[in-house]
Design a protein around this ligand. Structure first.
Ligand SMILES: [Zn+2]
Length: 451
């Protein structure tokens, strides 16, 4: 990697994954991160590690020093709906009534570009406030909702992936694709307009099997074959009523997953939210095609959908990562999501409970999520060559956090205290492309600027 300009050094404690494929975090209490802009204009990590070892090589760089804080990889959210920002915290009796009463009426408003722009801006600020620097995101059925989101993400130099929702049946007027062929042409036009522009990516986005005709799913699969670098995202096996409906609508399919398989929608860069009620054949099929699961534990708890089976996924070598699933999910905070993932694994109904290690939970929301997205080494870590998006944690952000983290005797205990007690207040700064994009309103130590 050639790093040509704008070298900058950042000094604080440091957390990173030495091997992005392995859920083992390295911590140093006095670390140095050096970033610089490459010849393509992207700001990347040049070096990361112990301050004492690296500092002699980078003595004359501008330095930002955050004593008492900790630099860590930016979080990656594998599944979230930006148009549901205003649906968060809406009560309902399960998934299908929730869609009908809250989600669909809200999403209809995104036909208006002004509304879409306003919500996209708020949503991205909220992600940054919570330390999320990359997300795989649903828009709505309106192409304008994709344009609004991409424009807002591009202005903030973010690596974001989004797609127009495909839904040509069982959807209300104003949200339903009334012309299946046109919906697919709109998708193709959006891919050509946005995919690969700056740090933006496109995802082919059937809402879920019931709201697409077989023709629309087939067309989506054909686009997926035509554009192999583009992502695919949808929902899968979230809720038992939904699954019953899928079996009625697609009697020839062996399983819910098989509906997507028959349409050519299983491949690398295909991300399926929830993936709860699967059998082992489904899990193996996802693994062999390179499809991955986006685990959404706050949403699953809130809607009472069920629990992701970590042990079965590991046996099948099915890759996964964590997701907020806002607005079914109840928080933008990766700490709340990691905490819920821990809780869900402990509660495994009818199976032995698991205690997921804090390093593993953290990995699922950073380097592991990046790997699931097909972006290992690009985001979700701080190794040289990776893109310079990171968060700066303040473990003293609240009195209880300060007290509990001060008593941690191991790295695992320290991380776990932040997972269980943390929220947006833990994020002192979010840095995107080597620029502080957002800082917490509360005063805290630093930064100290010098050389
Ligand atoms: Zn969702």
């Amino acid at each position: 990697m050639i790093v040509g300009s704008e070298l900058h050094a950042w000094r604080a404690a440091l957390l990173w994954f030495p091997d992005p494929a392995v859920a083992e975090l390295r911590y140093c209490s006095d670390g140095l991160l050096v970033t610089g802009r490459d010849t393509h204009g992207l700001v990347r990590v040049v070096a990361s590690g112990e301050y004492a070892q690296l500092a002699p090589q980078f003595t004359h760089l501008p330095l930002t020093w955050w004593p008492g804080l900790c630099i860590a990889p930016g979080f990656v959210d594998l599944h979230v709906h930006y148009p549901q920002t205003d649906v968060i915290a809406s009560p309902a009796e399960g998934l299908l009534p929730w869609l009908e009463h809250y989600t669909f009426p809200h999403e209809k408003q995104f036909a208006g570009p002004e509304h879409a722009c306003e919500v996209a801006g708020f949503f991205l600020q909220e992600l940054l406030r919570n330390g999320v620097t990359t997300a795989l995101c649903f828009a709505t059925a309106h192409p304008e909702s994709v344009d609004a989101f991409m424009t807002a993400a591009q202005a903030r130099q973010l690596r974001m992936i989004v797609g127009k929702v495909l839904q040509d049946r069982f959807s209300p007027d104003g949200l339903r694709d009334t012309d299946t062929h046109k919906s697919l042409r709109q998708t193709e036009a959006l891919i050509q307009r946005w995919h690969g522009v700056d740090r933006l990516g496109y995802a082919i986005t059937p809402r879920f099997a019931p709201t697409s005709t077989p023709e629309q799913l087939q067309g989506a699969g054909e686009l997926a074959a035509q554009f192999p670098e583009v992502w695919i995202q949808s929902h899968l096996a979230e809720n038992v009523d939904e699954i019953r409906w899928v079996h009625e609508l697609f009697p020839q399919a062996r399983s819910y997953l098989d509906v997507y398989d028959r349409a050519g929608l299983l491949r690398k860069r295909a991300v399926y939210a929830h993936s709860i009620h699967l059998d082992d054949a489904d899990r193996r099929r996802m693994a062999e095609t390179g499809s991955v699961a986006a685990i959404s534990p706050t949403s699953n708890l809130f809607l009472g959908s069920g629990f992701f089976d970590y042990a079965a996924a590991d046996r099948a070598q099915l890759r996964y990562g964590l997701a907020s699933d806002v607005g079914g999910g109840t928080s933008f905070s990766p700490f709340h999501t990691m905490h819920a993932a821990y809780t869900v694994a402990r509660q495994n109904v009818g199976r032995p409970g698991l205690s997921l290690a804090p390093e593993h939970l953290w990995w699922q929301h950073t380097a592991g999520a990046a790997q699931a997205l097909g972006l290992p080494g690009t985001v979700g870590n701080l190794l040289p060559g990776g893109e310079a998006d990171f968060v700066v944690l303040n473990p003293q952000a609240t009195p209880l956090l300060a007290r509990r983290t001060a008593q941690a005797e191991t790295l695992a205990e320290w991380l776990f205290a932040m997972i269980v007690l943390g929220d947006d207040r833990l994020i002192a700064h979010t840095v995107v492309q080597g620029q502080v994009a957002l800082s917490a309103a509360v005063p805290e130590a630093g930064p100290t600027i010098g050389t």
